[in-house]
Design a protein around this ligand. Structure first.
Ligand SMILES: NC(=O)c1ccc[n+]([C@@H]2O[C@H](COP(=O)([O-])OP(=O)(O)OC[C@H]3O[C@@H](n4cnc5c(N)ncnc54)[C@H](O)[C@@H]3O)[C@@H](O)[C@H]2O)c1
Ligand SMILES: O=C(O)[C@H]1O[C@H](OP(=O)(O)OP(=O)(O)OC[C@H]2O[C@@H](n3ccc(=O)[nH]c3=O)[C@H](O)[C@@H]2O)[C@H](O)[C@@H](O)[C@@H]1O
Length: 386
C-alpha cells in the first residue's frame, strides 16, 4: 500500500523545513567533554535532566535549582531573537557559573538530539523550549508550528527510541482554557476553545503527549503555568515592558474587557513555578517502554501551576508605580481581538494533592524582587535595547 505523504506546498511548510535544517555548530571532543561534565549527577539518587529552553526565563531558574541540589543538568537552547538574545546570553553566563552547560541548537535538529542521547543517559527531560507569547502568533505563525509542534514531536521521537526512555515534564499553558468561563479553571474543564494560535499549539502538545504515552509508554507530565513573572523575566511580557515604559515616561496600554470589565491574570512568581516543576519531576514515574516498544501503561498527568489569586492588570500597574515611584501614563483601551483572554484563575488542588504544590509569593512581593533585579540589570549594564 503506497502511503502518499501529504505534500505541504504552502510557503509555511517550506519555511519550516528550511528553518529546521538550520543547525548550529556542535560536536568534537571538547564539546562532548562539556556535555558529559554538565550532565554528571553529583548526589546519590540524583537525576540526569535535559532542560530544553534552558536559557529562557523559566529554563534558567529551573536549571539552577536542579544543579544546586546535585542533579546532572544539560541545557539546550537555540538562542533565537524572539526577544533580545543578549538577555539569553547573560542567563547562559549565569548558568555556566552554576556549572550548567547550554548546548546551542534547535530541538528540530534530530542529529543533535541523537548525539546528546548517545552521550548522556537522561533520566528526565524538562521540556521548556517553545515559541511563547500569545499576541506574537498573529505576526509569525510559523515559529509556533516550528517549535511547539514540529519541535515537540522531534523531541518525543528521540525520547521514545531512547533506552532507557526518560520521564518527560513539559510546559503547557493556562491559555489552553481559552474562552472557558467557569472559574477557577480546573484540569477537567473545557480546553477546546483556544483564543490564539499559541494556545492551540499548546493544546495540540497535550494531545500529542497523549499519543506518545499511549503508543510508546512514555511517562509524560504537562504543567499549565499561569502568567509567570520574576527576575531574569521576558521583555515581551506586560509586567516587564510596563516597567520599562513607566521608567521612560511612555504610555501604558491597559486592556479592559467588555462593559469596562477588568482584565485579570493569576500572576505566578517564578520561585513558586520552580517548586512546581521540581515537584512534578520528583513524582514522575519511569516510562514503561524502551526503543519504541511499550511494556505497560505509563503515567500521563496535567497540572495547573498558578497563584489562585487573579489580579486586574490595572492593579499590577499601580503596584509598579509605587515600586518605581513614577506615575504611569495610563492609556485604557478595549481588549483587542489579539488572542488575549479576559481572565485566568487557577484551581491548584490537583498539584497540591499530588506533590504538595503551594505558591507563597504574592504579586506585591514578587514584583518588588523583579523591579530590584530590573534596575540592577539594566541600570548597571546600560543595555541599549531598554
Ligand atoms: N512565562 C510564562 O508566563 C509562561 C506561562 C505559561 C507557559 N509558559 C511556557 O513555559 C515555557 C518556558 O517559557 P519562558 O517564559 O521561559 O519563555 P522563554 O521564551 O524565555 O523560553 C523559551 C526558550 O526556548 C528557546 N527555544 C524556542 N524555540 C526553540 C527551539 N525550536 N529549539 C531550541 N530552543 C528553543 C528560546 O530561545 C528561549 O530561550 C514555554 O513552553 C512557554 O510556552 C510560559
Ligand atoms: O499564562 C500563560 O499561559 C501565558 O502567560 C503569558 O501570557 P499573558 O497572560 O497574556 O501575559 P502578558 O502578555 O504579560 O499579558 C498580561 C496581561 O496584560 C494585558 N496586556 C498586555 C499587553 C498590553 O499592552 N496591555 C495589556 O493590558 C494582557 O491582556 C494580559 O491580561 C505568557 O506571555 C505566555 O507565554 C503564557 O503562556
Amino acid at each position: 500500500m503506497t502511503s502518499s505523504r501529504p505534500s505541504m506546498t504552502s510557503s509555511l511548510a517550506s519555511d519550516l523545513y528550511r528553518r529546521s535544517l538550520k543547525t548550529s555548530s556542535w560536536g568534537g571532543p571538547t564539546w562532548e567533554k562539556r556535555v558529559k561534565s554538565s550532565a554528571r549527577i553529583r548526589t546519590r539518587n540524583g537525576f540526569c535532566v535535559l532542560v530544553t529552553g534552558a536559557s529562557g526565563f523559566v529554563g534558567t531558574h529551573v536549571s539552577v535549582a536542579l544543579k544546586r541540589r546535585g542533579d546532572g543538568v544539560l541545557g539546550l537552547d537555540n538562542f533565537n531573537d524572539y526577544y533580545e538574545p543578549s538577555l539569553k546570553r547573560a542567563r547562559q553566563a549565569l548558568l555556566e557559573r552554576s556549572g550548567v552547560y547550554v548546548v546551542e541548537g534547535d530541538i528540530n535538529d534530530v542529529a543533535l538530539l541523537k548525539k546528546l542521547f548517545e552521550l548522556v543517559s537522561f533520566s528526565h527531560v524538562m521540556h521548556l523550549a517553545a515559541q511563547a507569547g500569545v499576541r506574537y502568533a498573529m505576526q509569525n505563525p510559523s515559529s509556533y508550528i516550528h517549535s511547539n509542534i514540529a519541535g515537540f514531536v522531534s523531541l518525543l521521537e528521540i525520547c521514545k527510541n531512547a533506552n532507557p526512555q526518560p520521564a518527560i515534564v513539559w510546559a503547557s499553558s493556562s491559555s489552553v482554557y481559552g474562552l472557558n468561563t467557569k472559574v477557577p479553571f480546573s484540569e477537567k474543564d473545557r480546553t477546546d476553545q483556544p483564543a490564539s494560535l499559541y494556545a492551540a499549539t499548546k493544546k495540540a502538545g497535550e494531545e500529542i503527549a497523549h499519543t506518545y504515552n499511549h503508543i510508546y509508554g512514555l511517562s509524560l507530565t504537562g504543567l499549565r503555568f499561569f502568567t509567570v513573572y520574576g527576575p531574569w523575566g521576558r521583555p515581551d511580557m506586560a509586567y516587564f515592558f510596563f516597567t520599562k515604559d513607566i521608567l521612560k515616561g511612555k504610555p501604558i496600554p491597559i486592556f479592559e474587557g467588555a462593559n469596562h470589565g477588568t482584565v485579570a491574570r493569576d500572576f505566578t512568581y517564578i520561585d513558586d513555578i520552580v517548586k512546581g516543576c521540581l515537584g512534578a519531576l520528583d513524582t514522575a514515574e519511569k516510562s514503561t517502554g524502551s526503543g519504541g516498544k511499550k511494556r505497560g501503561p505509563a503515567q500521563l498527568r496535567v497540572f495547573n501551576l498558578g497563584n489562585t489569586s487573579p489580579v486586574p492588570v490595572s492593579d499590577l500597574v499601580s503596584i509598579l508605580e509605587r515600586l518605581l515611584k513614577v506615575k504611569a501614563k495610563r492609556m485604557v483601551m478595549k481588549l483587542p481581538r489579539n488572542g488575549d483572554v479576559q481572565f485566568t484563575h487557577a484551581n491548584i488542588s490537583l498539584a497540591k494533592r499530588e506533590f504538595g504544590y503551594k505558591p507563597t509569593t504574592d504579586l506585591q512581593t514578587g514584583l518588588k524582587k523583579f523591579v530590584r533585579w530590573y534596575v540592577s540589570y539594566y541600570g548597571s549594564s546600560k543595555k541599549s535595547d531598554q
